[in-house]
Design a protein around this ligand. Structure first.
Ligand code: SF4
Length: 329
């Protein structure tokens, strides 16, 4: 648990501590209303957790859309059609924009966006960009202490405040954007492919950092297409396919006894250091998001497909989680 004192508008000192939170995604549907038709990017998604989660899926599976929905940062033509996002008993989608911005965005849930390090403004020092985040969220910092604390959380020292982005390496820039996300001490940190475009050593450092945050009580929602990197960082895994979570369970269950044929196929595509096991790939392509088939969306690629799979797969409880597949009914 880490603590810091922030001075909010109005002058009082407020102490924030990271604590356990409960996050529930309830029947969420997010559709893109495009000129070519409706893309059902997130289509009936359910998840309930008070632990860190890795959301894993291939491009277009809906994982980033789900993250943007949690931040309420979806833009036209995306629209939340139905469902709820409940944090500690409060439905974030029922709040008005002002309420959400004042009490939740960046204060309870913050996000490190994909390619975020490229969004640093080249003409402003790191310090100015960090102060801007505080100003945008109504926090008047009396000195650099908050900024330095956030930088230190990411392994950077105070000197970085005076740097311009072009003076930083890719890894340092990524740490700066993570520090910016931590400035207001959120309880949930969404990291969307946080290691993209970084070399392997820096990737490992960033992952270890997220792991440390998690052990300090921060809930990490790690969005990735790479199942192999989640095991070390999160406690639970949600496997997304064609807009739906098809399997949700603890890291242990997913890695030792994955149930859904798609999860099993992802597991078989992870390279191993030992053994002679050949890597396998998943034949076929994901279904057309403009026109998802009825029933199981993995049907055309599934080696176990059967007639009843043409109907919507049921939720089958497995331990603490679930799988959506007719094989287990
Ligand atoms: Fe395969 Fe049927 Fe399970 Fe879908 S429901 S993953 S088609 S077995």
């Amino acid at each position: 648990m880490y603590r810091s004192s922030l001075t909010f508008k109005g002058g009082y000192i407020h102490t924030i501590a990271v604590r356990m939170v409960k996050l529930e995604i309830r029947g969420l549907k997010v559709y893109y209303y495009t000129s070519k038709g409706i893309v059902k990017a997130v289509d009936g998604t359910n998840m309930n957790t008070s632990e860190s989660v890795g959301i894993v899926g291939e491009s277009g599976s809906g994982k980033s859309t789900l993250a943007y929905a949690m931040m309420r940062m979806l833009q036209h033509p995306a629209r939340i059609v139905e469902g709820g996002i409940i944090l500690d008993g409060k439905d974030l989608l029922a709040m008005n924009e002002r309420e959400f911005n004042e009490h939740v965005r960046w204060k309870k849930i913050a996000m490190v966006f994909q390619y975020a390090m490229n969004s640093l403004d080249p003409v402003y020092k790191v310090k100015d960009q960090m102060y801007e985040v505080l100003r945008q969220h109504g926090v008047d910092a009396i000195d650099d202490t908050i900024l330095v604390d956030a930088l230190r959380e990411t392994g950077l020292d105070a000197g970085v405040l005076e740097y311009y982005p072009h003076e930083l390496s890719g890894g340092m820039k990524q740490r700066v954007v993570i520090a910016m996300a931590l400035l207001l001490k959120p309880s949930v940190l969404i990291a969307d492919e946080p290691t993209t475009a970084l070399d392997v050593l820096v990737q490992a450092q960033i992952m270890n950092m997220l792991k440390r945050f998690k052990s300090n009580g921060l809930m990490i929602i790690l969005i990735t297409h790479d199942l192999s990197i989640v095991a070390e960082v999160v406690d639970r895994v949600a496997i997304m396919y064609a807009g739906q979570i098809v399997e949700f369970n603890t890291v242990d269950v997913i890695f030792k006894e994955a149930k859904h044929p798609y999860t099993q196929a992802l597991m078989s595509s992870i390279p191993r250091l030992k053994g002679e096991k050949r890597l396998s790939y998943i034949k076929g392509d994901p279904p057309n998001p403009f026109d998802y088939p009825k029933g199981c969306r993995f049907y055309a690629r599934c080696p176990y497909a059967m007639d009843k799979c043409m109907q919507e797969p049921p939720y089958i409880s497995i331990g603490d989680g679930y799988v959506r597949c007719w094989l287990y009914r």
